[in-house]
Design a protein around this ligand. Structure first.
Ligand SMILES: *[C@@H]1O[C@H](CO)[C@@H](O)[C@H](O)[C@H]1NC(C)=O
Ligand SMILES: *[C@@H]1O[C@H](CO)[C@@H](O)[C@H](O)[C@H]1NC(C)=O
Ligand SMILES: *[C@@H]1O[C@H](CO)[C@@H](O)[C@H](O)[C@H]1NC(C)=O
Ligand SMILES: *[C@@H]1O[C@H](CO)[C@@H](O)[C@H](O)[C@H]1NC(C)=O
Ligand SMILES: *[C@@H]1O[C@H](CO)[C@@H](O)[C@H](O)[C@H]1NC(C)=O
Length: 949
């Protein structure tokens, strides 16, 4: 594990020519004070941090202790405390006030500086910056890097200088902008409000103002690192940002790259300070694993403009070892060290970026004649290609892992990405209304081979299009495109979320005469402004204006609107788009005829409750029941739509959806102990959620071999921002819900999946493979009753079928109508499907063996005549394995559970066990605070136990 978190920032003193001295003071660390004059509060602070976090850490403040630690519940763990109970409502006083971060006196500054600068890599959001009481600048964009010349202000200091960062209340400022008569207004309903209104006027994490899966804390503070840079010489530079762009010669973002072309490496460094005449640049590119130098020497075509120095070099087409996503090949990485030099080849600055060689292409081109001849339906493609290869994208949507970014640690993100890779996911969509991720998360994704479809931070609203707003966005876009471009995990830039597919149609319905105007505004921001900024800074990364779309008609880079989106210019029976699908009518949850047919599924899902263990981190014992107001109010689906703290009506609708789904399909929990009853209900909502996602994912994956040529499914959502009912598969502290286990199972390369039409009784069984080559194997079909006894004559189904399945394809292995099979009692029958296959993983020399199991029942689980499976659990502490055996009958949804205090996952979970089988699973420990005692708290249960005491 080798991360270069701060390399872009550190001008490495060792390589500097002594005459070119500069002093860099890292402003990170303790020694700051956070205060509010109006509230008469002052507590020790930190940088990077946010006000809520520092107020909590400084809990010495008596009269606010109530707000910080409500009731008598005193917790020692600050991680969980912030989210206690209804703090997101009760602590609104924090974001409704202004706060100042004051530095300690800076006593180690240079005495011979020719100029001095402040560099901020992230201020959240509205800041006035003072040096010794003198204002040196203001900020209004959380996502930009800011620099301020403080040379003059420093001269006015008496004694050691201090800095004040004054943060204004973001909700108040957004409201003030909204009430300005000159601000754009949208009377037609497209502006979706979760809690605080007016988020679209400000460039701050949009979900800070509430979302349907999270709290609205609207934090403020210096959320990323900051430096004071002093130059003691005229010709000296400090590196602010680096854009490293690696692409195939001639490559252009919207066309399939030619894999026979040499690689071009463009390096461009944004700097502070000034360059001497005739500067030069060199590069050294070194294989991280072998240490072998791939290329070393001067960069060519050096140019200096707009505070950046750039140059490029070419590398032979086949020289680098390619980077591949996980499951598709190795994650080969290279360290590229770029050095800026004066005319005498003295180094002025050095920067090292860890990178990789790959092409990534989002194919939105029209379907070709060749594709039609293969049986692909007409329309347009909508899928990704890596290094020229089509592949199936499997994954989920990434939301902010915490409402407070400064406490998102590298360790926590390592655990999360381990779960992603363990979960057979190769792509995450970094959704559009959190924050641009810090480099360390992209570094982890580079190492682990997880592609990050990345979005600009705009979502579920129309945005202003005045010049001031556009200028602000332009700086944000250039900075982040350049900062992240070197990461091989970066897969795509999308303008925003649900703009084309949701916001524009809302306007079209509400005000058809205004539609053309709003399309024009949308295109001004997301096509005319952002597209050229992406293309100027990156030849390697594709761009699309909004997350769900029907592709484009053409791209003409010299047209005022360079990409002509297709919008609804479509022909029936053709496929063009990715899909975004939610349906909270659970009566059709398992009707695969109700799922959208498209080329790629980028969002779909249903919410569920977190586990009892997660609830216990966040709420008081008396609130541990399904309809306690604390539990209900933490459900923000449906969002309150106002800052009203007690919109039980909207929250109750979401609770009702979960309840009805469980009642429709699963045994209703029936336990005497109220906490056990609560836990069983939480679990039941997770069973429904997991089954429903499975039903959709197998449908989308099967589409790889259907006319729609479906090549991706990313469900909503990977992880939780806090402990609450949400769509997540991984809870706030890293615990896997049933969903993450089931998704891992169904994202295996070769799966056997049943498609049961519960109306007609038709059952078809498919094998689907996302290998790139043909695989062969067998599926066994075994009908048993719930005691585990074979059903006579195997109910008329063959014992096994052999199959051949092509690369990225599907094949039907069985078809029957279950009404016509000889099943004596439908409530007492289970079909176990068991697959074994042989095939080669992509980019692998050897043949691998794949196994997969699935079950079919011909009634829903609540209609089954369950018998007690008499589960037995044993633990082998030397191998950390647990063995489960069903002694009494078929065990459905066999669920191993572990206590609080440990984070990790079992090899398999929520599986079916037939009497006579033993299943042994290991528990991988990611974090243990129990000193190993957790193992004694592992339990096992099945569907049978949901209704028993
Ligand atoms: C925050 O500061 C602004 C600008 O100085 C001021 O108008 C506003 O009243 C302040 N808000 C509070 C709650 O003190
Ligand atoms: C793609 O097909 C559309 C019709 O759906 C057509 O208008 C457009 O010109 C085609 N684009 C290209 C680049 O051929
Ligand atoms: C459909 O595309 C044509 C160009 O091919 C364009 O003139 C027309 O405005 C488009 N219609 C819509 C509804 O986007
Ligand atoms: C399931 O069967 C019903 C009744 O025959 C039919 O209307 C429906 O289209 C079928 N669903 C699918 C997805 O084939
Ligand atoms: C299928 O059943 C046969 C006969 O019992 C057995 O030998 C084989 O291992 C089974 N295959 C799978 C994939 O379960």
């Amino acid at each position: 594990m080798h991360l270069h978190k701060h390399l872009a920032l550190a001008a490495l003193p060792a390589t500097l020519h002594p005459a070119l001295a500069q002093k860099v003071v890292d402003l990170a660390g303790d020694g700051w004070t956070v205060s509010s004059k109006a509230l008469n509060i002052s507590v020790p602070g930190k940088l990077p941090s946010q006000v809520h976090l520092d107020l909590f850490a400084g809990k010495a403040i008596g009269k606010f202790l109530y707000c910080l630690a409500p009731k008598t519940h005193v917790q020692t763990n600050p991680q969980s405390h912030r989210y206690h109970g209804l703090n997101d409502f009760n602590q609104r006083w924090i974001c409704n006030n202004n706060w100042t971060y004051t530095s300690h006196p800076l006593h180690n500054l240079s005495t011979k500086a020719k100029s001095s600068w402040l560099v901020f890599n992230g201020l959240d959001t509205f800041t006035t910056i003072e040096v010794c009481g003198q204002i040196v600048g203001t900020t209004d964009n959380q996502f930009r890097q800011y620099t301020f010349d403080i040379s003059g202000a420093l001269k006015s200091c008496k004694g050691d200088p201090t800095l004040d960062l004054n943060f204004g209340s973001a909700p108040e400022i957004a409201n003030a902008i909204a009430s300005d008569p000159s601000s754009e207004k949208w009377p037609y309903g497209p502006q979706q409000i979760y809690e605080f209104p007016n988020r679209w006027y400000i460039r701050k994490e949009q979900s800070d103002f509430g979302w349907d899966w999270g709290p609205a804390f609207a934090p403020a503070g210096p959320w990323r690192d900051a430096y004071l840079v002093q130059f003691e010489n005229e010709e000296s530079i400090y590196v602010l940002n680096t854009d490293l762009d690696i692409f195939r010669k001639g490559q252009i973002n919207h066309v399939a790259p030619d894999q026979t072309q040499p690689w071009v490496v463009n390096a461009s460094i944004d700097f502070l300070g000034s360059l001497p005449k005739k500067p030069s640049m060199t590069i050294e590119i070194k294989d991280v694993e072998s240490g072998k130098i791939l290329k070393s020497g001067p960069l060519e075509s050096i140019s200096v403009s707009g505070g950046a120095i750039s140059g490029s070099i070419t590398i032979d087409a086949d020289a680098p070892n390619l980077w591949w996503p996980t499951g598709l090949g190795k994650q080969n990485l290279y360290d590229a060290t770029i050095s800026v030099q004066d005319s005498k080849h003295h180094s002025l600055a050095d920067v090292t970026k860890r990178t990789g060689f790959r092409t990534i292409f989002l194919n939105r081109l029209n379907i070709t004649e060749d594709q039609l001849a293969q049986g692909i339906a007409p329309g347009a493609n909508w899928h990704f290609e890596v290094n020229g290869q089509e592949f199936y994208a499997k994954g989920s949507n990434f939301i902010p892992p915490d409402a407070f970014w400064p406490r998102v640690t590298e360790e926590k993100m390592q655990r999360l990405f381990n779960a992603v890779v363990e979960g057979n996911q190769n792509m995450l969509r970094v959704w559009a209304s959190g924050a641009y991720l810090p480099d360390f998360i992209y570094d982890i994704a580079d190492e682990q081979g997880v592609l990050l479809w990345s979005e600009f931070q705009f979502s579920d609203a129309l945005y202003p299009s005045d010049d001031k707003f556009l200028e602000n966005v332009a700086a944000e876009v250039s900075y982040n495109v350049r900062r992240l471009n070197h990461h091989p995990s970066l897969a795509l830039w999308a303008g925003g979320n649900e703009l084309e597919s949701l916001e524009l149609p809302i306007v079209k319905g509400a005000a058809p005469d205004k539609y053309a105007f709003y399309v024009g505004e949308y295109e001004k921001l997301f096509i005319s402004l952002i597209l050229p900024l992406v293309y100027e800074n990156s030849r390697s990364i594709p761009y699309m204006p909004s997350s769900t779309n029907n592709g484009f008609l053409y791209v003409n880079l010299s047209a005022p609107v360079p990409m002509a989106e297709r919008y609804d210019n479509t022909t029936a029976g053709h496929y063009y788009s990715d899909t975004d699908h939610y349906n909270y009518d659970s009566s059709v949850a398992f009707d695969f005829g109700s799922y959208p047919v498209g080329r790629f599924a980028n969002e779909f899902g249903y919410h569920s409750m977190p586990s009892l263990q997660s609830w216990q981190q966040a709420i008081d014992p008396e609130d541990l029941h399904f309809n306690s107001s604390t539990v209900v109010l933490r459900n923000h689906h449906y969002p309150p739509g106002t800052t009203d703290t007690h919109n039980l009506r909207n929250s109750s609708k979401g609770m009702g959806e979960m309840t009805m789904a469980v009642e429709r399909y699963y045994p209703i929990p029936h336990k005497k102990d109220s906490v056990q009853q609560f836990s069983a209900w939480c679990h039941a909502t997770q069973l429904f959620q997991a089954d429903m996602y499975k039903s959709e994912i197998i449908f989308y994956r099967r589409g790889s071999g259907m006319p729609e040529r479906q090549l991706g499914s990313l469900y909503w959502q990977l992880e939780d921002i806090w402990q609450a009912p949400t769509w997540a598969g991984i809870e706030y502290d890293g615990r896997w819900k049933v969903l993450h286990y089931v998704a891992r199972d169904i994202y295996q390369p070769i799966i056997v999946s049943p498609f049961w039409n519960y109306t007609s009784g038709d059952l078809s069984v498919y094998v689907t493979s996302d290998l790139w080559e043909t695989a062969r194997g067998t599926v066994n079909f075994t009908w048993v009753d719930l005691t585990g006894k074979p059903i006579p004559g195997n109910a008329g189904t063959p014992q096994s079928r052999q199959f051949t399945v092509g690369g990225l394809n599907t094949t039907k292995v069985y078809e029957a109508n279950t009404a016509k099979l000889s099943i004596p009692d439908k409530t007492d029958a289970v079909l176990v499907l068991s697959l074994i296959a042989h095939g080669r993983m992509p980019n692998s020399e050897s043949v691998s063996t794949f196994v997969h199991r699935e079950k079919v029942t011909t009634v829903f689980p609540n209609k089954l005549s369950l018998v007690d499976p008499k589960l037995e659990l044993s633990h082998d502490s030397s191998s950390n394995t647990f063995t489960v055996e069903a002694k009494g009958g078929v065990s459905l949804y066999t669920w191993l559970d572990y206590p609080a205090g440990v984070v990790g996952y079992f090899d398999d979970n929520a599986f079916t066990l037939v009497p006579g089988e033993k299943k042994t699973v290991r528990f991988t420990v990611q974090k243990d605070e129990t000193g190993g005692k957790w193992a004694q708290g592992v339990t096992v249960q099945s569907l049978w136990d949901q209704t028993t005491d």
